[in-house]
Design a protein around this ligand. Structure first.
Ligand SMILES: [Zn+2]
Length: 61
């Protein structure tokens, strides 16, 4: 597979599970964009954070 580097960050095809779209933007940046959209919705963001905290608590000590 040809080596490709993300046009927005420094991730390239060596990152496990990464993929690139037609614009050369990696899947991680696309995921981050979704988060940024949620930043405008504080209620949704808070719920996401609380869920993450719960997940951490469930796994850890
Ligand atoms: Zn990227």
């Amino acid at each position: 597979m040809e080596k490709q580097t993300c046009s927005r960050c420094l991730n390239d095809t060596r990152v496990p599970g990464i993929s690139f779209d037609a614009e050369g933007v990696c899947s991680i940046c696309r995921e981050f964009e979704k988060w940024q959209e949620n930043l405008n919705d504080y209620d949704a963001l808070e719920r996401l954070w609380l869920k993450r905290l719960d997940d951490c608590r469930g796994k850890g000590k």
